[in-house]
Design a binder for this molecule. Structure first.
Ligand SMILES: Cc1cc2nc3c(=O)[nH]c(=O)nc-3n(C[C@H](O)[C@H](O)[C@H](O)COP(=O)(O)OP(=O)(O)OC[C@H]3O[C@@H](n4cnc5c(N)ncnc54)[C@H](O)[C@@H]3O)c2cc1C
Length: 497
């Protein structure tokens, strides 16, 4: 924290390489010892020695740079106050369109009540404080999620909450004091969107995505109560890990093409103890819960996002599986696989739409900050056209998403599969097409920084590199668009034929 009150003329007298001070946002920084380690070189610092460098600084840096180097701040200016708002953990962003409409104070929503708002506030604080710092490190170094974070999420029932509403939450008090019994799909939307704010696409999947898409099948389809309760307890307490193993090199979109023996691109597979596995049988398909043990081997697959996701190639070599480990009915596992996809896809819609919004926020801030041809970027009509398009995609998708979540709240699992599989497929397909448009516009707005992994453009660079994960995982754009139309045709009245 600044400890001295200084005048502008005092700062102006420290204008040499040996004693180099400057002003940023009404605070005084002593950069004399920083000259040789400044990533942008010493020359540019010498150019601002003794001056107010606020505009030059914000033309090139994020606010977090000042937070990182706060020990260099030696004082504040007499009778002046900092103007830049520094967000605290849990804060809402004041940038227009940076938050979904229901979180903007001026607007109302028919969907969200006080309990959703309490959850949102508490999850945001949780993510800002406990998830983002670890996510940022692991996204870069590719190491796996810490047991400490898993344990914390287990203690706070965050792991349980991320499976969506259901009996597994009953009797639990969740973040924000929300009772497990009242947790619905709008709460689910809220928590999923908040978790995405750690801006780390690989770690986002590394943070138990495998569990989120597989334990749901155990809860819904495992007949044997002893196994179901034991596995659920082990996983939700953070002692064991579980993932979903459907896809093979031979069978991706065409799930019916499964052959058995190998599984490809299995999220979190590297560290999992249980694999919810789609298998071919003589008369169809079965889904089995397979424990890691003799004959099960996992190897990493290098993806274009962080290795923190633990994406694995899995081999099952003559593995013996007890009969009780069957999910659903033997030879009739297709329904298990297909209906389990619904929640995964809903969750992916929540995530990619929220991530797209963060990119829009980055662009709005940057356009207001960056000066090119002596004007802010936002003063260029061509740039405003791009922003208009990006904002519209995000707002339209969020509105559709909230509408679907609201419908889910009043439907049974079976009704959701029947009536919402198509709309969720269409939304996911459209949301990732929107992400494509948004990534494209955002990189152009950020220029070279949109292609640079550190600094101002890092969120945009990552989004542009990874938004395709949402377009492929959990069902590709083409397949889901097709599913949406095919499901609609099933509802076409006979009289129209
Ligand atoms: C990082 C990552 C993590 C994953 N995690 C998991 C996981 O945890 N568990 C799991 O089981 N799977 C996982 N997957 C697999 C994922 O679900 C599949 O990649 C996806 O379903 C597509 O299958 P495919 O890659 O084999 O593409 P293919 O099926 O080979 O399709 C190739 C392309 O052809 C298009 N196409 C195919 N059929 C048609 C058609 N009829 N009409 C028009 N276009 C068509 C597809 O849209 C796609 O663009 C993961 C994949 C990745 C990349």
């Amino acid at each position: 924290m600044p400890h001295e009150t200084l005048t502008r003329s005092t700062v102006a007298s420290h204008n040499t390489a040996d004693s180099l001070w400057c002003i940023i946002d009404h605070k005084v920084y002593d950069l004399s010892d920083f000259l040789d380690v400044h990533p942008g070189g010493s020359v540019v610092l010498e150019q601002v020695a003794g001056t107010d460098a606020t505009e030059t600084f914000y033309n090139l840096h994020r606010q977090e740079v000042l937070e990182k180097y706060s020990p260099l701040c030696i004082g504040v200016l007499e009778n002046e106050k900092p103007e830049v708002i520094v967000p605290k953990p849990g804060d809402l962003s004041p940038v227009p369109y940076a938050e979904p409409l229901w979180l903007r104070p001026q607007f109302k929503s028919p969907y969200f009540n006080d309990s959703h708002r309490r959850l949102q506030k508490a999850v945001r604080e949780f993510v800002d404080t406990h998830v983002t710092p670890e996510a940022q490190v692991k996204e870069k170094d590719g190491s796996y999620i810490s047991q400490e974070l898993i344990d914390r999420m287990a203690r706070e029932h965050v792991l349980a909450m991320r499976l969506g509403p259901g009996k597994h939450l009953h009797g639990k008090v969740l973040l924000g004091g929300v009772k497990g019994e009242e947790f619905d799909y709008l709460h689910d939307l809220v928590q999923t969107q908040e978790f995405v704010r750690s801006n780390s696409r690989g770690f986002q999947d590394g943070n138990m995505a495998g569990m989120v898409i597989s334990l749901t099948a155990v809860l819904q389809w495992m007949e044997n109560k002893e196994i179901k309760n034991r596995v659920t307890e082990e996983v939700l307490s953070g002692k064991k890990n579980i993932c979903l193993a459907i896809t093979e090199a031979f069978a991706g979109s065409d799930v019916a093409g499964l052959r058995n023996g190998t599984k490809k691109w299995i999220t979190n597979g590297m560290w999992c103890d249980y694999f919810v596995t789609g298998c071919r049988t003589e008369k169809g398909f079965s889904v089995l819960l397979i424990s890691r043990g003799e004959g099960v081997e996992t190897n990493p697959i290098k993806m274009s996002y962080s290795a923190a996701a633990g994406t694995a190639f899995v081999e099952f070599n003559n593995v013996k599986v007890p009969v009780e480990n069957l999910l659903g009915v033997e030879h009739d596992g297709f329904i298990v696989i297909m209906s389990n996809f619904n929640h995964e896809r809903f969750m992916m819609c929540c995530a990619v739409i929220r991530q797209s919004r963060t990119v829009v926020e980055e662009c709005l801030k940057w356009c207001n900050q960056r000066i090119v041809f002596k004007r802010k970027l936002i003063e260029q009509p061509a740039i405003r056209q791009k922003l208009a398009k990006m904002v519209s995609h995000v707002e339209a998708n969020q509105a559709w998403l909230e509408q679907i979540a609201y419908q889910m709240c009043s439907m049974s699992y079976a009704q959701q599969s029947k009536l919402l599989g198509g709309p969720i497929g269409l939304l996911k397909s459209f949301a990732t097409r929107s992400a494509h448009e948004i990534a494209d516009g955002a990189v152009n707005i950020f220029g070279g920084r949109g292609l640079t992994q550190t600094g101002m453009g890092r969120v945009v660079e990552q989004f542009h590199r990874t938004y395709k994960f949402d377009a492929i995982l959990g069902g590709t754009e083409e397949i889901l668009a097709d599913l949406g139309v095919r499901q609609a045709m099933k509802g076409m009245p006979k009289s129209m034929l």
